[in-house]
Design a protein around this ligand. Sequence first.
Ligand code: HEM
Length: 144
Amino acid sequence: MYNMLSHTHSGLRWLVLVFLLLAIVTAYSKWSAKANYPAGKLPLLALIFTHVQLLTGLALYFISPKVQFTAATMKDAILRFYTVEHLSLMLIAIVLITVGYSRAKRQAPAAQGHKTIFTFYLIGLLLILVSIPWPFRGLGAGWF
Ligand code: HEM
């Protein structure tokens, strides 16, 4: 169970990143073209993949050996990263993406909705990029 969830969570990052990027680039071009919002399903798909990632992450949070609440947690870079840093920054990113999606929905059919998606998803994506345990960060995680 742990292995399956951990592999799913790790691999799903790529779908989250690709769909967020596609949604951001498309939102920028639709906003420039003053097109009505929405203009396709990319913002919704990016939101769905991000929320599936949240669910697998939450499940992992309860069973992962890298999440521990002991006195040693804050002194150990890997335990601190997964127990505190990864969780909090990812939650902020996911809240921003969710708020952006619902705000854009309320702005429809104004082209302003594309700008909202562009802004909120871009900040969310940047937070996600800095909170991923990329292999070169020495946090014991891989590329997939
Ligand atoms: C878009 C959001 C997220 C992305 C892109 C993401 C990505 C990742 C990646 C790439 C790993 C390393 C997997 C590996 O190779 O071992 C990881 C691990 C982990 N993530 Fe996330 N994560 C996200 C959100 C969350 C959230 C919201 C939580 C908690 C509620 C969470 C909890 C964890 C935990 C506990 C691990 C360690 C799993 C293990 O024991 O190997 N993640 N995450």
